[in-house]
Design a protein around this ligand. Structure first.
Ligand SMILES: Cc1cc2nc3c(=O)[nH]c(=O)nc-3n(C[C@H](O)[C@H](O)[C@H](O)COP(=O)(O)OP(=O)(O)OC[C@H]3O[C@@H](n4cnc5c(N)ncnc54)[C@H](O)[C@@H]3O)c2cc1C
Length: 371
């Protein structure tokens, strides 16, 4: 029976930073608890990651970044949601009709490079109103032409029998996890393929069995298939978030979700207990280290007793230990991800991977100086 009241490492937040921190600590066999009030911003988005601004795209020039990148690729592969990476800038189409650069994409979003297609089919689905295939075909073709790429985009809208008049990408993804619906759906597309050499669909390629769904589409249609994430909340981010969280739980992480962590008790200058504001009576959990990865969405506040109240964004030293007025609060109190006072939204995911990986390692292996 697992003890759910005492941990080696407690991570506050289960966004991408918290997940990477928990996974890094787990890989050293730590007893890990993950406290969160919800899934975090990664689960809302496209799940594509741009490493450029951190120069993680040149991993051989930066050993720490290289390790973090390899760790993330291994983690997502082991969790059943593999990524593809490419050091050079890669362009993928977006639901806004633009191309964006990404260094890492989920396998389901990999095949949309405008330079690898002469004639691509963009497939809308009748009832899925937040994906406009005609608009996308027109704007992507214009952009590809202006940039000198050879891709031309054509739009078709698929009518699937027995669908309600309005459907969401989440519903379609759930249905496509089921073999029968998937077979029927693919058989409607197959006669449309003709001389298209790439098929672009909204982000609907399964919620759980994405690998299987992608393979079935590509095998039956005989050409690369790529999903374009719809506007948030978007299936690809949610799908990868769920895969990662389940993976952590399978490896022993305890997920304490739904209630905020509000207070840390220090004992002998080290973080020793966390209060979780559960209804009725607050829950107190013991720990040997804490990683704050609560993002900055709702101006996270954490009371330190004795000590200051920390309000996001927080400052850290080079070891990722949280500092207040340039003083380390506790040698075993770290921060990771967008809660740290640096970075931009554009490189937020890359920052979350890098700092989560480092904080998870330091919190468990005690690599940091005690200030
Ligand atoms: C719509 C959208 C699109 C984006 N697109 C991109 C992109 O394309 N590329 C990119 O690099 N970045 C992008 N970003 C930014 C990126 O998503 C974030 O910077 C990054 O994922 C931050 O991760 P995080 O784990 O630090 O924080 P978050 O994802 O914010 O996670 C915070 C976690 O802390 C938990 N939490 C909060 N308060 C408490 C509390 N009191 N107690 C316990 N838990 C708490 C939350 O429930 C959540 O689990 C985007 C952001 C948004 C909103």
């Amino acid at each position: 029976v697992r003890n759910t009241n005492s941990f080696d490492v407690l991570v506050i937040g289960s966004g991408l930073a918290g997940i990477c921190a928990a996974a890094a600590a787990l890989s050293g066999n730590a007893r890990v608890g993950l406290i969160s009030t919800g899934p975090g911003t990664f689960a809302l988005g496209s799940a594509c990651i741009d490493l450029e601004e951190l120069h993680l795209d040149q991993p051989f020039t930066n050993p720490v970044s290289k390790d973090a990148l390899q760790f993330f690729l291994a983690l997502t592969a082991a969790a059943g949601c593999p990524y593809r990476d490419q050091p050079a800038k890669k362009l993928i189409p977006t639901a806004l009709g633009t191309f964006r650069a990404a260094s890492l994409t989920p396998v389901t979003a990999w095949a949309g490079n405008p330079d690898t297609s002469n004639k691509a089919l963009i497939l809308g689905i009748k009832g899925l109103n937040d994906f406009n295939s005609s608009f996308l075909a027109e704007t992507l073709t214009y952009q590809a032409e202006s940039a000198g790429w050879r891709a031309k985009y054509h739009a078709l809208t698929l009518t699937v029998d027995n669908l309600p008049p309005a459907v969401t990408s989440l519903e379609l993804a759930r249905w496509l996890d089921q073999e029968e619906f998937r077979r029927q759906f693919i058989s409607l597309i197959k006669p449309l393929i003709k001389d298209y050499d790439q098929v672009l669909l909204p982000g609907i390629l399964g919620l759980n069995n994405d690998d299987q769904v992608l393979q079935a589409f590509q095998a039956e249609l005989g050409c690369p298939v790529c999903e374009i994430p719809t506007l948030p909340p978007s299936v690809p981010g949610l799908r990868i978030y769920q895969h990662l969280l389940t993976h952590l739980q399978n490896f022993g992480a305890v997920v304490l979700s739904g209630y905020p962590a509000t207070r840390i008790e220090l004992e002998k200058n080290a973080a020793a207990k966390i209060t979780i504001a559960t209804p009725g009576r607050p829950r107190i959990v013991k720990t040997n280290a804490v990683i704050m990865a609560a993002g900055r969405g709702d101006h996270y506040r954490l009371e330190i007793n004795p000590g200051p109240v920390i309000v996001a964004p927080v400052k850290v030293n080079e070891e990722l230990q949280v500092v207040d007025n340039n003083r380390v609060i506790a040698g075993n109190l770290f921060a990771a991800g967008s809660i740290i006072d640096s970075g931009t939204a554009r490189n937020g995911n890359a920052m979350a991977i890098l700092t989560g990986y480092l904080a998870g390692n330091r919190a468990f292996r005690g690599e940091a100086n005690n200030g």
